[in-house]
Ligand binder design. Structure first.
Ligand code: HEM
Length: 227
């Protein structure tokens, strides 16, 4: 099949899943910014997104997107390395012409993935997963949190400066990954040309900066609130 057999087909899969993940991230940011304004409203959203059938279907769809994006990333990188052969080491000029982020998308992606693992452990595992296995509360740091108390889990997690720093490092890696990934995805899908490519690069930079700054604001806000 074209989407699995050809290099451009695989790039299209990376791009479409990447754009879908960007849409999720936008929704996720808006949802998390609510926590700054109203912890009650935030917890209502968390309850709505708990272990209900539609939220579970969405979670599985999201997991499929992440897994496809990651598997194809390794596949494309392996294929590119094979195609380039030893040249990879001989061409020095490339280093100057190809941007740092472009050469390191896989490494950045792996940092983003490790951060995501930690994040799912901090939140999803304590919330939706506990609800699936029938628990209503979770004991953390000597205090009980209801599984829908998203605001409580945010406050608990970011009161720890180590977690706050780890999340900020994770989010900066995400910024580099997104600034390149966004316009690159648009280009692979064929929505770009010589004129639009530079515009898409500007849009990518603005979008990534707003999203990452928004998430960092949530981390810093709750860290400061805990002092
Ligand atoms: C300040 C930063 C963030 C906060 C406070 C936050 C908060 C949360 C919370 C509370 C949940 C659990 C929702 C539930 O199970 O009902 C969650 C789930 C999740 N978060 Fe985040 N998040 C942040 C950043 C991110 C980022 C940057 C990503 C992606 C790169 C991300 C990806 C996810 C995913 C994939 C889930 C699981 C969603 C599901 O169960 O369907 N989060 N997050």
């Amino acid at each position: 099949m074209w989407l699995t057999n050809s290099s451009i087909g695989r790039k299209v899969v990376m791009s479409v899943t990447g754009i879908a993940l960007i849409l999720f991230l936008t929704f996720h940011l808006v949802m998390n910014l609510v926590a700054i304004f109203s912890t009650e409203a935030y917890n209502l959203i968390c309850e709505f997104l708990g272990a209900n059938w539609y939220a579970l279907v969405a979670t599985m769809g999201l997991a499929a997107l992440f897994i496809t994006h990651i598997v194809y990333a390794f596949w494309l990188t392996a294929q590119n390395r094979k195609a380039r052969g030893n040249e990879r080491y001989a061409v020095v000029e490339r280093r100057e012409t190809v941007k740092w982020t472009s050469q390191n998308m896989l490494v950045l992606g792996i940092i983003v993935l490790l951060g995501l693992g930690l994040h799912l452990f901090n939140f999803w595992y304590n919330m939706q997963f506990q609800e699936i296995v029938g628990n209503h509360e979770v004991l953390l740091g000597g205090q009980n949190y209801a599984v829908h108390d998203g605001a409580g889990f945010i406050a608990y997690t970011f009161s720890n400066p180590i977690y706050a720093i780890l999340y900020i490092v994770w989010l900066i890696a995400l910024w580099f990954h997104l600034t390149h990934g966004f316009w690159s995805a648009i280009q692979s899908i064929g929505w770009s040309n010589d004129l639009w490519i530079n515009r898409w690069k500007v849009v990518s930079n603005i979008f990534s900066t707003v999203v990452v700054a928004g998430f960092i604001l949530v981390v810093v806000w709750f860290y400061i609130a805990s002092l």
